[in-house]
Design a protein around this ligand. Structure first.
Ligand code: FES
Length: 141
């Protein structure tokens, strides 16, 4: 399956590591759960007609190698939200649910209570965008 991209500017991009092996797999293991997840996610996004809002991209290593599958949501002016430990068999709808919350949030930090459990437990980092100003950020002189 090809991950299709359009020329329309999306609300957000969803990066998935396509290089991770399953947890505790040996180095010869050919499985790539993140790649499988990306393909399933793209299919679900197409089915739900969300492909103009959410673009899926595969990235080769996001430096969270011990916590596959790993996903980052990125949007202009919002915190980048990175989550690991996503099970490719069950994560597709959780990602879509979170992506909708993320897109509708002002800063890219949806309320914890509203997030799918996998996005409550698996958070790796939330990182401000360049030049961000936010109540959680303190400027130093
Ligand atoms: S190989 Fe997937 S984060 Fe490094």
């Amino acid at each position: 399956m090809t991950i299709a991209q359009s020329n329309i500017t999306p609300e957000l991009e969803i990066y998935i590591c396509g290089a991770c092996r399953p947890k505790n797999a040996n180095p010869d293991n050919p499985e790539r759960p993140g790649k499988d997840l990306a393909e399933q996610l793209q299919e679900a996004i197409n089915t739900e007609h969300l492909n103009e809002r959410f673009h899926v991209k595969i990235m080769q290593c996001m430096s969270v190698c011990s916590r596959p599958a790993t996903v980052s949501l990125v949007a202009p002016g919002k915190f980048t939200f990175t989550v690991g430990d996503l099970d490719p068999k069950t994560a597709t709808q959780d990602i879509i649910t979170f992506a909708k919350l993320y897109a509708s949030s002002e800063d890219g930090i949806p309320a914890w209570k509203d997030r799918p459990v996998s996005f409550q437990k698996g958070v790796v980092a939330r990182t401000p965008s360049f030049g961000a100003s936010h109540q959680r950020i303190t400027e130093l002189d």
